[in-house]
Ligand binder design. Structure first.
Ligand code: G3H
Ligand code: 13P
Ligand code: ZN
Length: 309
């Protein structure tokens, strides 16, 4: 079927109240795991790469691997730039064949964010590519976008409506309490579903995106720590909250940290349990299997995107 944009998958997600997982990839193993999971679950999927992932994997390799993934799979796959920091990186990805880009102007003030987003939307739409933008600030580190925790700012629903009207962006990432990485909450996990509800009332036809939405799966954290890792107290967004978000107008849920934890926990386990092993396939195979298992679980039990392809 070839790569698709997110347009049709988002329309279906809004109509049928489920969310589509957007999974960050940096290498072949994670890409294969995500695409195989989507195939087995018959789920649409968004493959996303950040600018540092593109730098790591190299854009030519990335595009060829995606091409292979699409050839082998018949579910809808969109290829998305995650956290594009400026017009140039968005242009590079659009020109290379990405079907969706994010322009992350959340570090700028409202007017600058509008102007930058509009510029990307004009370039992208003329080439059949869709654009995700961000309004509000997530605490933590977003690729090249640094936001101090104290500066965390929830999305204002009135501004969200004005922002979408003025920029023509296709989907909007909002800040309702999530953050990137393995440490999202100090105490209880808490998301501002009231803000999500108000944003949806103002923008019923705009797909909403949730960044920083890894669960930071306790079992994976435990395995990492058991085999020499040092990430005590890591905590993410519980599955039940993500499931509620999927039913409440969130169309795209971003996951990177859980995939990193899945890879790392299995590699650590094999290194500790089989110290004689040095063939990379000995540890990359269970690592890839674990990523696939986690992605399938999210599609089936949390986002409910299984059988929606
Ligand atoms: O939101 C950030 C993503 O997890 C990508 O992270 O820039 O380290 O690839 P990265
Ligand atoms: P996590 O760090 O929670 O996986 O978030 C990833 C993300 O938002 C990528 O844009
Ligand atoms: Zn993000």
């Amino acid at each position: 079927m070839g790569l698709v944009t997110t347009k049709e998958m988002f329309e279906k997600s809004m109509k049928e109240h489920f969310a589509i997982g957007a999974f960050n990839v940096n290498n072949m193993e994670v890409l294969q795991a995500v695409v195989d999971a989507a195939k087995e679950e018959k789920s649409p999927v968004i493959i996303q790469a950040s600018s540092s992932a593109i730098k790591y994997a190299r854009i030519n390799y990335l595009m060829k691997m995606i091409e292979a993934a699409v050839e082998e799979t018949d579910v809808p796959i969109a290829l998305h730039l995650d956290h594009g920091a400026d017009f140039e990186i968005c242009k590079t990805c659009i020109d290379a064949g990405f079907t969706s880009v994010m322009i992350d102007g959340s570090k700028y003030d409202f007017e600058e964010n509008v102007a930058l987003t509009k510029k990307v939307v004009e370039y992208a739409h003329a080439r059949g590519v869709v654009v995700e933008a961000e309004l509000g600030k997530l605490a933590g580190v977003e690729d090249d976008v640094n936001v101090a925790s104290s500066d965390a700012m929830y999305t204002n629903p009135d501004q969200a409506k004005e922002f979408v009207d003025r920029t023509g962006c296709d989907s909007l990432a909002i800040a309702i309490g999530t953050s990137h990485g393995a440490y999202k909450f100090k105490g209880e996990a808490k998301l501002r579903f009231d803000i999500l509800k108000k944003v949806k009332e103002k923008l019923p036809n705009t797909p909403i995106v949730l960044h920083g939405a890894s669960t930071v799966i306790p079992e994976l954290v435990e395995t990492c720590n058991k085999y020499g890792g040092n990430i005590p107290g890591a905590k993410g967004v519980p599955d039940e909250m993500l499931n509620e978000a999927s039913h409440s107008g969130v169309s795209k849920i971003n996951v990177d940290t859980d995939l990193r934890l899945a890879m790392t926990s299995e590699i650590k386990r094999v290194f500790a349990e089989e110290p004689e092993a040095f063939d990379p396939r000995k540890y990359l195979t269970p690592a890839r299997d674990k990523v696939k298992e986690i992605v399938k679980h999210k599609m089936r039990d949390v986002f409910e995107s299984s059988n929606k392809a």
